[in-house]
Design a protein around this ligand. Structure first.
Ligand code: SAH
Length: 352
């Protein structure tokens, strides 16, 4: 049994089935997640018997770092190899103002947003909860950050709500008080807005902050950029956001990739302001990170400022995302792993 795939209640059951007491699950979580010790022999507060059980009936899958690149701005991109040889990328972003780990939730992505390189890969497969949490274990060790507080953003490869169950299990493991104990307030889930999943998310025990990748104020524009919008349109998403339970003082982030001449005009800004009126929101503008194969241009700084100003004039909170790690292709939408075999799932992705 793979320990990495068990949340604490599941581990309790597994221990019980093997004749051990349930409370040991907390101790094991502290070793694995809090202290980063994975060798049962080193788990000194467990009985010899339990250590033997761990050694004999459990494994602990851990992604392997195959490449590590550091940007001049301190951002680091990790290429991680999974048990089946597939690879994913995770990114460490320092001082934003806190430390942030940007995690992948899928190998590739089925959403095929036209400005995103990961979208070009199609979906290869979902990550398991253990593989999502594994990114944190590996990065925390590599960066010697087991004792440092950090934030988590699910903004790497993949659409987290398209891999709902494993993503939620991963969040429960990350938030577990005996483990990493990462407060849900430090976790942000970014999504294109899969409607049913969004409604479900509203009832989760571990409720992350929500970021919606909006990118355009009208269905005509958004449908062209974010294909899934043809299924779940702007009006429905905004309505779901208005219903979304927010803690006091918290808001939904709306991400908006600015594409020169496409969605960066003053009219677009005004429409966006109208759309978001009455939503507890903040807008995060992301000037496009251009790349070969992406049929759009990055707007000028003036166009970005003008857009931001119009939103501010309409009393919206707005920030412009600074691109981090562009020199190592670790910036938003630049995560892509070349040379992975096309799978059936990928063919399916094209049809969604
Ligand atoms: N699938 C989720 C999680 C990925 S988050 C989502 O779409 O929200 C990645 C963020 O980077 C999203 O807001 C995405 O729209 C944005 N992004 C994608 N490609 C980009 C690019 N080329 N330049 C800037 N931002 C990009």
């Amino acid at each position: 049994m793979d320990l990495a795939e068990l949340d604490r209640p599941m581990l309790e059951v597994a221990l019980d089935e093997r004749g051990h007491q349930r409370f040991h699950a907390g101790q094991i979580f502290r070793w694995v997640y809090h202290r980063g010790v994975i060798d049962p022999a080193a788990m000194t507060d467990l009985s010899r018997d339990l250590r033997a059980t761990l050694a004999n009936s459990f494994t602990l899958s851990t992604p392997e770092i195959v490449q590590r690149e550091k940007s001049i701005d301190g951002t680091e991109k990790f290429l991680l190899c999974l048990a089946d040889g597939r690879t994913i990328e995770s990114v460490f972003i320092p001082d934003t103002p806190s430390m942030t780990f940007c995690l992948s939730t899928q190998v590739g992505c089925a959403m095929a947003c036209r400005f995103c390189l990961t979208g070009k890969m199609g979906l290869v497969r979902n990550l398991s909860a253990g593989e999502i949490v594994g990114q944190v274990r590996v990065l925390a060790d590599a960066l010697r950050m087991r004792d440092t507080r950090f934030n988590i953003v699910l903004m790497g490869m993949g659409e987290p709500l398209h891999n709902y169950d494993e993503t939620m299990k991963a969040l429960r493991i990350l938030a577990d008080k005996q483990g990493f104990a990462i407060s849900p307030r430090r976790i942000t889930l970014s999504t294109v807005g899969l409607l049913q999943a969004l409604e479900k998310l509203a009832h989760e025990p571990v409720m992350p902050n929500l970021a919606i990748s909006l990118h355009a104020p009208t269905d005509a524009q958004r449908g062209d950029l974010v294909p899934i919008n043809r299924k779940y349109g702007v009006t429905d998403i905004i309505a779901a956001c208005k219903r979304f339970p927010l803690k006091r003082r918290s808001r939904i982030t709306f991400e908006y990739v600015l594409l020169a001449g496409v969605n960066d005009r003053p009219d677009d800004a005004r429409r966006l302001a109208t759309l978001l009126a009455g939503v507890k929101s903040k807008v995060n503008l992301i000037p496009l990170n251009a790349a070969a194969g992406i049929p759009f241009d990055r707007p000028s700084d003036e166009a970005v400022d003008r857009f931001a100003q119009i939103l501010a004039d309409h009393h919206l909170t707005v920030s412009v995302r600074k691109s981090r790690g562009r020199d190592i292709r670790a910036a938003c939408g630049q995560l892509i792993v070349e040379g992975q075999k096309k799978s059936a799932a990928q063919q399916l992705a094209v049809m969604m």
